[in-house]
Write a protein that binds this ligand. Structure first.
Ligand SMILES: Cc1ncc(COP(=O)(O)O)c(C=O)c1O
Length: 384
């Protein structure tokens, strides 16, 4: 039996649209399908969209443009960004591209998202190091929406600009509102392992049309075409390609089908695990929200060696993925350390890193693969 962790699910429609795009001669950043992606996703999200080459590019440019819009000068003043300790490194790398200082906070041990109380502490510690925190990047981890009421309150208390990292959370909702649409900007990824993919690819969302028009301009080298090869800002080669857009448009047609499959996968896991909650628990979906179940995640209650456990599962062809390594514990990020007491300040992140696991969630799986995985997880954890 083939079991897939987070693989993409590509079919005939994607091939058809790609061939049409190839035949049209538009294979790079120029092309009607990129504009169509912006229209279709703009309408879906309820605002405006700039199509980018990746989610990382979307984060980079969102921060860059917000710095410009609010007249901030990270080269003159130390400007901090609140980032949860558990996220993909692209979140904090994007801060560094912009000369911003990552200010890491701990996560909530149940939802696995940024903990506003820890963010509050981190802001104070940053202040004691003359870092003026101006941004917060809530990451909707594994598709689970952050508690946006709490984040908006924090942003008002400290006058923070919210840039949402919705890379993993397309279609997830907090209080019936799509994630990625709460902040100044929302960055999404369509990397191969996401709910829908463009191969690589991303978008920036905003409710402000002019902002998005400027961001589109930045993705195309900030070139003023009417003046030939004349550039009015520091631009980037960050625009989505027409081929990526072709794949994405086909995938978007299947979004509801994929979401439904993933919801059913969760139900299967839940039905198996519900009698074993003394052994493991799920990442808790935030109250008043719906997740896209991008990666279904459990946390074990037993003090097991997680890599050994992964090895045992892999003997049964069950692929799993460990939780992201806590960023502030990486050597590379040491110079942004807020406190000597890392073990205590990031205790939830460390715990979840040690005992959490992403389970097969790809829509390429059939239900029997998920049932088999659920059974084996229980069987093997019971032996420990
Ligand atoms: C939380 C998070 N942020 C940012 C990114 C970056 O997106 P991309 O890989 O499209 O650059 C990803 C995923 O890949 C992600 O999971």
């Amino acid at each position: 039996m083939d079991i897939y962790l987070d693989n993409c699910n590509i079919g005939e429609l994607e091939k058809k649209y790609v061939i049409e795009a190839l035949d049209s001669g538009y294979i790079s950043t120029r092309g009607p399908l990129v504009k169509k992606v912006e229209e279709v996703l703009g309408e879906y999200l309820g605002g405006y969209v700039a199509a980018t080459y990746s989610g990382t590019a979307a984060l980079h440019l969102s921060l860059k443009y917000a710095i410009k819009k609010y007249n901030l000068d990270p080269l003159k003043e130390k400007i901090g960004v609140i980032i949860p300790a558990i996220t993909f490194a692209a979140t904090s790398h994007a801060a560094l591209y912009n000369n911003l200082i990552p200010v890491f906070c701990d996560i909530d041990p149940f939802t696995l998202n940024l903990d506003p109380n820890s963010a509050n502490e981190a802001i104070k510690l940053a202040k004691s190091k003359s870092i003026n925190v101006k941004f917060i990047i809530p990451v909707h981890l594994y598709g689970n929406p952050c508690n946006m009421d709490e984040i908006i309150k924090l942003s008002k208390d400290y006058d923070l600009i919210i840039i949402e990292d919705a890379a993993e959370s397309l279609a997830s909702k907090y209080k019936d509102i799509l994630t990625g649409t709460f902040g100044e900007f929302g960055a999404f990824s369509f990397n191969a392992n996401k709910v829908i993919t463009a191969s690589s690819g991303g978008i920036i969302f905003s409710k402000n049309k002019e902002d998005i028009e400027y961001l589109r301009f930045l993705t195309l080298q900030a070139r003023v075409e009417a003046k030939g090869y004349y550039h009015e800002d520091l631009g980037y080669n960050y625009r989505m390609t027409n081929i990526e857009a072709a794949i994405l448009l086909a995938q978007f047609e299947k979004l509801n089908y994929f979401l439904n499959l993933k919801k059913n996968f969760f139900k299967i896991y839940f039905d198996y695990f519900k009698n074993y909650f003394e052994l493991l628990r799920f990442q808790q979906t935030t109250q008043n929200s719906t997740t896209n179940y991008w990666l279904i995640t459990v946390v074990f209650n037993k003090k097991l060696n997680i890599t050994e456990f992964q090895k045992k599962l892999s003997e049964y062809n069950i692929p799993t993925r460990r939780i992201f390594y806590p960023l502030p514990l990486m050597e590379f990020y040491k110079k942004y350390q807020l406190t000597e007491n890392l073990e205590d300040f990031y205790k939830n992140s460390i715990y979840i890193y040690n005992y959490g696991l992403n389970l097969p969630s790809s829509t390429k799986n059939d239900y029997s693969a998920i049932e088999y995985t659920a059974k084996k997880v229980i069987e093997l954890i019971s032996l420990i």
